[in-house]
Design a protein around this ligand. Structure first.
Ligand code: MG
Length: 419
């Protein structure tokens, strides 16, 4: 019995549609401009002395002593930002961002552009599907999906602007008035003073630092628990750096300190390991998904019962078109979605769905002592949390304006036939 259930007529643009005229991909002019701009789309492109790069943070390269002290030493932000602009025939411009730098620009300009230019921006599913299928031979996870994400977000932004509505209205409207936020920070004590719901801090040491490292990890958990009192939620980010036995031991030793969750303990491909970890640990929640991609990756995490909370990054996982599918899948398993970073892209998604209870806000000031924009100087009007909540404006699209004057942007693969 064939499952071929009918023809698939090719989409023809609506005669009244405002079509996409061009897609352009930018990165920063010179190495160093991104750091001066406060990181852009890549929160790890920071100047020396910033807590997120220049403090001991356990990571996959911590097994190598020479790369243990600083994540810049092994190139955590080597690729940097990609900024995608989609321009419609009437001059409306949508902006989307991700990481991937010049490599992502190459992919957008030389491959993805053919599925975008000349298309009706209303057809987000069609454009996404063609970008996804056509990159399957080299994509599926990582860089290619990050490039697709930036294009997809730019289309959603343009679509909101041309229709005069915020993206959250295109997605179905609000399920809550504003977004509660927790802070990711080196200073949970200050996050509490700033009014955040809770605070997450990075684990300093991994298995290669031995028993001394474990002791210092637990001393830090104890220090922050004593600093914030018994009830303020505390979480620990392990950035893909542990082994299953180490993660189980860490969870056990954290028991007296009431840790809300331990995040991304294992390499993202270790689905079986996450499943074992969740079975073994009952005194803290297990979260992951920051470095997972597309509905297929998240289906694995859901089916394997790998985590209590999933944390896709909306600028990495496939953009808004794929993220809303991930949210829908997770809702059928009663698993909350609390995205990684993503700022406005996360807020517009989360405010629409009941299983998205809380946004992450990364405290990106160098000493984690003040609230600054997550995307640095990329936008002139990124909404910031006040007393732990973010409110979204009624401005169309994602409601933010690219800081064209303040950024030194470069388009490395401009095409000769550009309009
Ligand atoms: Mg994380």
């Amino acid at each position: 019995m064939s499952l071929h259930l009918g023809p698939h007529p090719q989409v023809k643009p609506d005669p009244d549609a405002v079509l996409i005229r061009s897609v352009k991909a930018y990165t920063f002019e010179e190495s160093g401009d991104e750091e001066k701009a406060g990181g852009g789309a890549d929160c790890h492109r920071q100047s020396q002395g910033h807590w997120i790069v220049d403090s001991p943070i356990s990571n996959p390269m911590s097994v190598y002593e020479q790369y243990r002290d600083s994540r810049t030493s092994w190139g955590i932000g080597a690729l940097g930002s990609v900024i995608v602009e989609v321009e419609l025939e009437n001059g409306t411009i949508g902006v989307g961002i991700s990481i991937g730098g010049e490599a992502a620009c190459f992919c957008v300009e030389n491959h993805l552009s053919r599925f975008v230019e000349g298309q009706d921006p209303t057809n987000v599913e069609l454009i996404y599907d063609q970008m996804w299928r056509s990159t399957m031979n080299y994509g599926r996870k990582g860089l290619a999906i990050q490039a697709i994400s930036a294009v997809d977000l730019a289309i959603w932004d343009a679509l909101g602007k041309v229709k005069g509505v915020p993206v959250y209205e295109l997605l179905g409207g609000k399920t809550k008035h504003c977004m509660p936020c927790y802070a990711t920070t080196a200073r949970p004590d200050l996050a509490k003073e700033m009014g955040f719901w809770g605070a997450k801090f990075p684990l300093p040491y991994g298995p290669a630092s031995g028993e001394k490292g474990m002791r210092e990890n637990i001393d830090l958990v104890k220090k922050w628990r004593e600093a914030v009192g018994p009830d303020f939620p505390l979480m620990i980010d392990c950035y893909m750096s542990l082994t299953l036995p180490y993660a189980i031991e860490l969870a056990r030793k954290c028991e007296p300190y009431n840790v809300k969750w331990i995040e991304e303990c294992l390499p993202p491909d270790d689905y079986d390991g996450y499943s074992e970890l969740k079975k073994a640990v009952k005194t803290t929640l297990v979260t992951t998904g920051e470095h997972e991609y597309t509905r297929y990756g998240f289906r694995k995490l859901l089916e394997g019962k790998c985590a209590d909370v999933l944390q896709p990054d909306i600028t990495w996982c496939g953009g808004m078109t794929e993220a809303r599918r991930i949210v829908a899948l997770a809702s059928a398993y009663d698993v909350p979605i609390i995205p990684h970073g993503s700022s406005i892209y996360s807020y517009h998604l989360q405010i629409c769905f009941p299983n998205c209870p809380m946004a992450e806000f990364l405290v990106m000031s160098p000493k984690a002592d003040s609230i600054v924009s997550f995307f640095g100087n990329l936008f002139v009007d990124e909404p910031l949390p006040k007393d732990g909540f973010v409110e979204l404006s009624r401005k169309p699209g994602f409601g933010v304006t690219l800081n064209r004057e303040g950024l030194k942007m470069r388009r490395p693969y401009s095409r000769a036939d550009d309009l």
